[in-house]
Design a protein around this ligand. Structure first.
Ligand SMILES: C[S@@+](CC[C@H](N)C(=O)[O-])C[C@H]1O[C@@H](n2cnc3c(N)ncnc32)[C@H](O)[C@@H]1O
Length: 381
């Protein structure tokens, strides 16, 4: 290639290097394939703690300003070069030869059709074929590319959760970067899939923080993130009652945090002034153990009815409390009860307006049922 070709390529390449630095959390690599006749001479640029160049069987650290000089010198020796910049959710290709130099963006999601997965009949928001590497790594997909039978329900729950996040994202409005905190993250399947959705599909900048007090699940989540190259995720081993994030989260999410762990997640969201809180509770024991209400005696003397009523009372009390501190709350049945009976989703979006009526309703409920709800207990500590 001649000097003019090299100069033209430099214009495009400089943009790619800036993008690499700006999107470091999402950057995969830049591969360069120099071509002479039918022979290929590949090189690769990686960016971890420092920038590495892997070329001619030597991997070495390079300074940012050196990179172009090295490439330019090599280009002069070859007939053509193809440079492929890859980050999560984007691929940019530069083709350079003396005939022409052009740059194009490739749609990395276009490779997979958007048709529903025949296996379940549901058209997933995160098509399993598109997220194959991720879903295989977290054990949802089998080697044959199908969702494992015992994981279909779990994946349905996650995908519905992700689908319902669209409305929440709209309500909190466009942000430069979304910070999502998964409270009681477990092995973080929800966060991994939501991260994929937000980055690869919506192309948004996002950071995820998973918090759980179990060392085992935090270690497992860290390992998976590292393997997938999901550098925008961190996992913290901590008790939800003691954890406060360093910056205000945009959304606190929690899926099936057992009993009062859901209250801990809601309290954490309130404490951290999260712009939104989205929580699917698990079992409800706290209010069940406490409540008594004489007019309902004919109902509550039946254990099963007392328990079912406690579920509703617990979530109703949670909603009233959230409203009283300034959240707008909606309760939805987010998935069919055939998938899981734990299928109520609490969606709360911060409005900055405390609801006095809900505060009164909350206090009335407390007095009438003779309960001391966990959500308030965790905020008083
Ligand atoms: C049923 S798992 C759900 C995990 C995950 N969200 C999911 O849907 O797969 C409940 C998780 O809550 C965590 N947990 C319970 N109480 C907690 C607390 N006080 N602080 C932090 N994590 C807690 C447990 O360690 C467990 O991983």
């Amino acid at each position: 290639m001649n000097k003019k070709t090299v100069q033209k390529t430099n214009l495009f390449f400089t943009g790619l290097l800036s993008r690499m630095e700006e999107n470091k959390l999402f950057f995969n690599d830049i591969t360069i394939n120099f071509k002479s006749g039918t022979k290929d001479f590949p090189a690769k640029i990686l960016y971890g703690d420092e920038i590495m160049l892997d070329y001619q069987a030597v991997k070495r650290t390079v300074e940012r300003d050196e990179i172009w000089d090295i490439i330019a010198e090599e280009m002069l020796k070859y007939d053509s070069a193809q440079i492929i910049y890859s980050e999560r959710g984007a691929k940019i290709v530069i083709d350079a030869s003396d005939k022409r130099v052009n740059m194009r963006h490739e749609d990395v999601t276009a490779e997979v059709s958007k048709t529903s997965v025949v296996q379940t009949g549901r058209e997933y928001v995160v098509n399993p074929a598109l997220a194959k590497d991720l879903l295989t790594e977290i054990g949802i997909l089998a080697k044959n590319g199908k969702i494992k039978n015992d994981k279909i329900r779990k994946y349905n729950q996650i995908d519905y959760f992700v689908e319902l996040m669209q409305g929440v994202l709209k309500e909190i409005g466009e942000r430069d970067e979304y910070v999502i905190l998964d409270a009681a993250c477990g092995k973080s399947y929800l966060s991994f899939v939501l991260n994929f959705y937000m980055r690869e599909i919506l192309k948004k900048r996002c950071r995820f923080i998973g918090v759980d007090y179990s060392e085992t699940v935090i270690t497992a989540s860290k390992r998976i993130a590292e393997k997938l190259g999901y550098n925008n995720m961190e996992f913290i081993q901590a008790d939800l009652t003691e954890y406060t994030p360093s910056a205000r989260p945009d959304i606190v999410i929690s899926l099936h945090a057992c009993d009062t762990a859901t209250d801990m997640a809601l309290a954490l969201g309130i404490r951290a002034k999260s712009r939104a809180i989205v929580s699917v509770p698990c079992c409800h024991k706290d209010i069940l153990k406490q409540y008594a209400y004489a007019p309902f005696e004919a109902i509550t003397r039946h254990g099963i009815l007392k328990a079912r009523l406690a579920d509703t009372l617990t979530d109703g009390i949670r909603a009233a409390y959230l409203e009283s501190v300034g959240y707008k709350v909606s309760m939805i049945e987010y998935i069919s009860p055939l998938e899981t009976p734990k299928n109520i989703m609490i969606r709360a979006v911060y409005t900055d307006r405390k609801n006095e009526k809900s505060a009164r309703d909350y206090n009335n409920l407390k007095e009438m049922l003779n309960v001391n709800p966990a959500i308030e207990r965790f905020l008083r500590r």
